[in-house]
Unconditional design. Structure first.
Length: 701
């Protein structure tokens, strides 16, 4: 170890020499002594002593204290004073220069040595501390993480540059502020405030990691995903005196994670979901079928026909471009909730996540089949391809989601076997029904233009004398191949296709006109009514009132001769129903409650509604002659209660004279059913009218 070098300043040469000798003996390096402060200051830079031994009282203009002051400021060498003066004033002045020691003359060798060694040691430690401080502050400034320190109250005491950049607050602005104001941390999705880090650290006195998915909202209001932790700062007694929070911007990492996730779940060529993601979505849809009984989804397995030939003859690169174009076409008209995925090669699947019926899937399949046959332009060359599609529909028979994919695949083979460029539905019964429905749909679209709808008129008669009271208009479709179709065969489909508005318009106009014509044929007919059925969509349609007013105006029919039949389930939503019924009532038309007894309507509701007539459902009427049936009691109860409410009753589905007699005996005034007449064509109904008016004439005579 090298010796400590000491510069001695002492104006008395003899003493100076003595000190020098003593110090050398004590094994210090003392190359020189000086007698004035000025020469000491001059020499010090060159000599670089480890310590300065300074006499306070010097014979020159500058005394030792002033010189020490200068050395402390300029050269930072430790100074030990050496003096005979121990008066208070001198000592106070000397103290200001923060000397490293103070040795009074005359001194013992040992005393001097101890003072020098302590001073040297203290200076060394101070240098180390300073170095450490510099090192720390450089580190804090240069690390890539944001660092914020707070006191126990959470007020900021330090921020580094990264923290300034990330939060948008400069250290000057941030100092003293509550750390939550500067470091605003929330959960990325819920936007809930991340629990106060500082408080938790203070409470638990532990290092705390931030919850994942935390974002920092910077001063501009932008989100920065961060990863952070907080640790307590302790004093020497281990008491917590603050918290240091370290956080870093992890946008880049998030971005990479997102990319990785995307890569793992998507097809590299087309960017479409791959089999993994498709399976996930399929599983979700499958779970939904368990929870919602009416939920139905379809899987379409699609395979490009002849793709292998294109690939082999024109090359893989070309083939890839064809696949890309095909993928784009397949996805064009899909809804956001559907999933188009590529399973590999030229195999694609579509998950139609919510469809009403097989029909929804057929529409998509048909659209794809026609789209995919349009020429695809690749590298200036028209490529023609077609697709085969296998369709499977979710249903209770499936126990696992993959079984549906398997069946769609099987249906695809079927489609290919049948000659490609077509679809096939798994399950033959379903397949046939699908084809029938599709055909029916095409036909139904043209029905109105082709005038294939017919109205059949079923008489409603007075049970007392068999006189005609009016008709119920019943819709039929005169199908060119399949003959006369009943509403059950096509009405639901027409509703789904949105054809009901047109049908209502036509039906109201036609039946009002027809009735008006019959009314004018004989005076006995003037009070005849026509009852028209309204489905829920018709009843709720905003145009209904206008359609009724128009039909009445164009036919000249009196409003009270038109009866609107709505069934109990149509008016299930009581608040809306009450409003619409009131509006219809204002038009002056009659309101009839159809199929009474099958739904949930209560007498209480009847009492407060403008309904004029209740039609007892035929499932109640037909068993009344069976002594074992309890239905007759119900029918009698209905009749007595409706009587009290002042409502008229029509019994539906009367097929025998006995039923008619019973009902009459119980006080029912009107009836309808095969016993009197089946639904009749207009010509038949006209004859029925004529016949009835003669009976009436006879009765009045
Ligand atoms: P609904 O309103 O209860 O009509 C009475 C149904 O019972 C008619 O069947 C009629 O042919 C049948 N029927 C009449 N008397 C008897 C009988 O003595 N015995 C038996 N077994 N049946 C009888 P349809 O015409 O097939 O109509 C079925 C349902 O379709 C109707 O039930 C009605 O809810 C609906 N519907 C019919 N036409 C229309 C329409 O123009 N618009 C709307 N929205 N629905 C209609
Ligand atoms: Ca009816
Ligand atoms: Ca009915």
């Amino acid at each position: 170890m090298c010796k400590a070098r000491i510069l001695v300043i002492e104006d008395e040469v003899i003493i100076a020499q003595d000190i020098q000798r003593t110090l050398i003996k004590l094994d210090y390096d003392v190359p020189i002594f000086v007698t004035s402060a000025e020469s000491a200051l001059e020499l010090i830079g060159e000599l670089r002593p480890d310590l300065v031994l300074m006499d306070i009282h010097l014979n020159d203009s500058m005394d030792g204290i002033t010189a020490a002051e200068e050395i402390r400021r300029r050269d930072r060498q430790p100074v030990v004073f050496l003096t005979a003066h121990s008066d208070e004033a001198t000592l106070t002045r000397a103290k200001i220069t923060e000397p490293y020691g103070y040795v009074l003359k005359p001194f013992e060798e040992r005393e001097l040595q101890i003072a020098i060694d302590i001073a040297l040691y203290r200076h060394k430690v101070e240098l180390q501390l300073k170095q450490m401080e510099r090192w720390l502050s450089t580190t804090l400034k240069s690390i890539g993480d944001g660092v914020i320190a707070t006191d126990v109250n959470g007020a900021i005491t330090f921020t580094n540059r990264v923290a300034e950049a990330l939060t948008g607050w400069s250290q000057n602005e941030a100092l003293g502020r509550p750390f939550t104001e500067v470091l605003r941390l929330v959960h990325v999705n819920t936007r809930a405030k991340a629990d106060s880090l500082v408080e938790r650290v203070l409470d638990d006195n532990l290092i705390i990691e931030m919850a994942p998915d935390t974002v920092l909202i910077n001063r501009d209001g932008q989100d920065i995903p961060v990863d952070d932790s907080a640790a307590p700062i302790r004093d020497e007694d281990e008491k917590v005196i603050g918290v240091v929070i370290i956080f870093r911007d992890i946008s880049a990492r998030k971005c990479v994670e997102e990319k990785l996730r995307h890569l793992a779940t998507h097809d590299a060529l087309t960017g479409l979901p791959n089999r993994t993601l498709f399976s996930d979505r399929l599983a979700v849809a499958f779970e939904l079928t368990k929870r919602r009984p009416n939920y139905c989804f379809a899987v379409l397995f699609i395979d490009l026909d002849r793709f292998k030939i294109i690939n082999d003859s024109l090359g893989h690169l070309f083939g890839d471009k064809v696949l890309l174009a095909a993928a784009q076409r397949l996805g064009e008209d899909l809804r956001g909730e559907d999933t188009l995925a590529r399973l590999g090669g030229d195999e694609f699947v579509i998950l139609l996540s919510c469809i009403g019926d097989i029909l929804g899937a057929l529409h998509v399949a048909n659209r794809i089949l026609s789209k995919i046959t349009e020429a695809i332009l690749v590298d200036g060359q028209d490529v023609f391809t077609s697709a085969s599609i296998g369709i499977a529909l979710s249903g209770p028979r499936y126990e696992r989601a993959e079984e549906i994919l398997r069946d769609a695949d099987a249906a695809l083979y079927q489609a290919k076997a049948e000659g490609r460029g077509r679809f096939s539905v798994f399950d033959t019964a379903l397949h046939e029904r699908a084809l029938r429905l599709l055909q029916l749909e095409t036909d139904l679209r043209r029905t109105i233009e082709r005038k294939e709808f017919r109205i059949y008129y079923q008489p409603i008669v007075s049970l007392a004398n068999g006189c005609l009271n009016g008709f119920e208009a019943l819709l039929r479709w005169q199908h060119p191949e399949r003959g006369l179709l009943a509403p059950a065969d096509f009405l639901a489909l027409a509703e789904e296709m949105g054809l009901m508005t047109k049908i209502t318009e036509w039906l109201l106009t036609e039946s009002c006109q027809q009735l008006r014509a019959w009314q004018q044929q004989a005076p006995a007919n003037t009070a005849l009514t026509i009852a028209v059925n309204l489905s829920q969509t018709q009843f709720l349609h905003p145009l209904l009132r206008k359609q009724i007013t128009r039909a009445l105006a164009s036919s000249g029919l009196e409003a009270r001769c038109l009866c609107l039949e709505v069934s109990e389930d149509v008016i299930a939503d009581q608040a809306t129903a009450a409003r619409i019924l009131a509006e219809l009532d204002e038009l002056g038309v009659q309101l009839h409650l159809d199929d009474f007894g099958t739904g949930y309507s209560s007498f209480n509701m009847l009492q407060h509604s403008p309904i004029d007539v209740v039609k007892i459902d035929r499932s109640f009427v037909q068993p009344i002659t069976d002594p074992a049936s309890e239905k007759s009691a119900i029918v009698r109860a209905i009749l007595s209660l409706t009587g009290e409410l002042g409502k008229e009753v029509v019994a539906e589905g009367i097929e025998t004279a006995e039923q008619a007699e019973r009902l009459l005996a119980w006080g029912c005034r009107y009836g309808q059913g095969y016993h009197f007449a089946k639904p009749l064509t207009a010509a038949e109904a006209e004859r029925f009218c004529a016949h009835s008016s003669t009976i009436r004439d006879q009765l009045t005579d």
